[in-house]
Design a binder for this molecule. Structure first.
Ligand code: GLC
Length: 413
């Protein structure tokens, strides 16, 4: 059965490859995650007081966009409104529970979009569909859906061209009619090229839905390869991931992922052609912390050494005989072999990295290989080829290097 061809915008989205997710809202001031209102059963009247202290005094979207760029991220998805119901944008009269009516007194989404455009990062909008603040959400759902559509219309018509909309919350009322067609029609009217995503949550990872959607989601889980045969449209895939254990700022959350884990996760996503959307939770004042920034910048350094194939490289059916983690991506007549767990070659009294160097076998190689070399250093690697089977002598790192995942670039005839 045929695999559908991706629409142009979907193909472009896949090439973005790596993005920054940002969860920031009133909850960030409490520093106990973005679900704090719900978890601690804080009454609306008490919770909404947080708007009076939400100054956004350290929110510097230019700095955030610059950090994203240094991390090798091509897009940012920011929570314009999360489940708490507070909007970071000027709702233009739809509600007074928004940034211009808070202590910040300004439209934070305007600043965000302008900064992204300046820096050359594509701005995406996360928007909740579940709302703990709006009374209609539980009392007059139809009228709530109109409010949601009007809100989205503001976002789609007031900020120029945006990358896309990322919805989240339909899983909260699984049996309701969310009138999705009407919501997506509002977007298509103003932003025909926007990517539309609607998160299927932890319980239904990778599930396609409405045909206006452009990507499936793999929340907090490594994406599995998509079987697109016979599908009526090509959906991209995206995995969103927390840097520690919460999306929103957690002052007592020390559970950060390691840099090797983050690099390997980025690779695991690209192995199956999925985008990687890595989250930061700025402080209540709007600042990304030093630890978060340092981790992100280091991923960018790794991407630079690898030569950038993480963006345009496509899965091409190459299989590793040595490790399920190893794989290859293809760009035109180039193949990029992603090799994990190489050791450092050097004096045994000082080199500690585990794993091994040596021959690595790949099958399903499309074409005859002319030459292979690491992207991070000069010199050809020895290899032999027998039909679609290639054995590459993967040398270890020289003392002074340990890249977690090392990429070999091969030219094919
Ligand atoms: C979940 C959570 C939410 C978070 C989202 C990100 O659906 O409800 O807090 O924004 O995942 O993927």
């Amino acid at each position: 059965m045929a695999i559908p061809i991706p629409e142009k915008r979907v193909a472009e989205f896949e090439k973005l490859g790596f993005g920054m997710f940002i969860h920031w809202g009133l909850y960030s001031q409490l520093g106990r995650g973005e679900w704090v209102m719900h978890q601690e059963r804080i009454p609306v009247d008490e919770y909404k007081e947080l708007a009076k202290t939400f100054t956004a005094s350290k929110f510097d979207p230019y700095k955030i966009a610059t950090t994203a760029k240094a991390a090798g991220m091509k897009y940012i998805t920011l929570t314009t409104r999360h489940h708490e119901g507070f909007s970071l944008y000027d709702t233009r009269g739809l509600s007074t529970y928004d940034a211009p009516h808070s202590a910040a007194g300004r439209d934070l989404i305007r600043e965000y979009v302008d900064a992204c455009n300046d820096v050359g990062i594509v701005p995406f909008f996360y928007h909740t569909t579940l709302d703990w603040y709006h009374p209609d959400f539980n009392n007059n759902f139809k009228s709530y859906l109109q409010y949601l559509r009007d809100s989205v219309e503001v976002l789609c018509s007031e900020y120029g061209k945006i990358g896309g909309l990322w919805f989240d919350g339909n899983w909260s009322k699984k049996d309701e009619d969310w009138e999705e067609d009407a919501l997506y029609a509002v977007i298509r009217k103003h932003q025909p090229e926007a990517i539309i995503v609607n998160n299927t949550g932890l319980s239904a990872r990778g599930e396609p839905g409405n045909l206006q959607l452009d990507s499936v989601t793999f929340e907090q889980g490594r994406p599995t390869p998509m079987n697109r045969e016979g599908m009526s449209k090509y959906f991209a895939a995206e995995m969103c991931h927390t840097l520690n254990a919460h999306w929103g700022c957690g002052y007592a959350d020390f559970n950060y992922k390691s840099l090797p884990h983050l690099i390997e996760t980025l690779c695991a996503c690209r192995k199956v052609g999925a985008n990687y959307l890595l989250n930061v939770g700025p402080t209540g004042e709007g600042e990304i912390t030093l630890l978060q920034e340092a981790l992100l910048r280091s991923i960018g350094d790794w991407i630079n050494l690898g030569g950038g194939s993480v963006y345009e490289g496509k899965p091409c059916g190459v299989v590793s005989e040595d490790s399920p983690k190893n794989f290859a991506l293809r760009i035109d007549n180039k193949l990029y072999f992603y090799v994990h767990d190489l050791s450092i070659t050097g004096d045994s009294n000082v080199t500690v990295a585990g794993g091994g160097a040596g021959d690595k076998v790949f099958t399903g190689v499309p074409g005859k290989i002319k030459s292979v070399k690491w992207t991070d250093c000069d010199g050809d690697l020895a290899f032999t080829q027998d039909g679609d089977k290639v054995t590459i002598n993967c040398t270890g790192y020289t003392y002074g290097k340990s890249l977690v995942v090392r990429i070999a670039e091969a030219e094919i005839e």
